[in-house]
Design a protein around this ligand. Sequence first.
Ligand code: SF4
Length: 343
Amino acid sequence: MLTRRCIALYSGGLDSILAIKILQDQNIDVVPLNFYSPFFGSEIIRDPESYKAHHLKTFGIAVELLDYTPEIVQIVKKPKYGYGKHLNPCIDCKIGMLKKSKALMETLGASFVVTGEVLGQRPMSQRREPMNSIERESGLHDILLRPLCAKQLPPTLPEREGIVNRELLGDIVGRGRKDQITLALSYGIAKDKIPSPAGGCLLTDEQISLKVRNTYERLDPKLPAEADLMLDIAGRQFVLDARTILVVSRDEDENRLLSSLVYAGNIFLKIADVSGPLAVVRGDFSPDNLRKAAAICLRYGKARGLQGHKALFGPDPFNMTESIDSPAVSDEYCKTFQIDTLK
Ligand code: SF4
């Protein structure tokens, strides 16, 4: 017996907002689930309540949050369906989210699952063949509904059973956004509140993918922890030795982001008495590594090139109590610690 309740994968992007709106319009009770990780939803890791409040206020969507970090960390290591252009294992990632959703269906009283996928929109996961694989492997055969492009696909069980009116579902295909924007405006979403297409998953970013790949290789055979990956998504990165990473902020926003990364095993560092970047060291805190970190940090601050400075460091970014010499070093010295392609 089908219920009028479903789970929706909610990324916060326009397509997933619209998929939910289309069903809510048909009086379907939708439970929006946001699967977050350092690669997508790092803002949720830092402040989940603000994220929920923003999406409720702006789009009227009361989202439930699910930590997908353990799953995506495994998936990135060895995806069955491979990677997209960079380190994005989209097909495996979608399958994993849908499997998790399926496991929650009974508890939530939901009888089908909804996504904002659009046929032909993405080269890896939104072509007909991978969309079929995703449906099959997630165990959601016949109960996975894609409302934006449903009329391009065979009718699903909730459509055939009359729970969802197929006539009111979408017929959108391809990469354009014109139809979605028209639909968004018709739902009363202000033009300046429509999420931009960019800024989604960081695994589709070339530079971040390089850093993440390096992190996996550096920590192998162990898998990276959330703390390792959060350091791959912000700041200028330096590999101090086979076990140790340094990240130096590039602006005020990154200062704020780095100062929020209070994880066991992170040490914060900044040059004493002058304004400049905040840095995080993770790995081996030997005096040699801390001195290297202090030297690099000095290079990117106001006291660049000046001898005689010290760096403060400690596990609390707002109360660093230890200090170490910070020698002035050349640009070339700093560059020797950057991953080749990031120099
Ligand atoms: S873009 Fe990122 S979040 Fe989206 S399916 Fe691909 S790997 Fe997953």
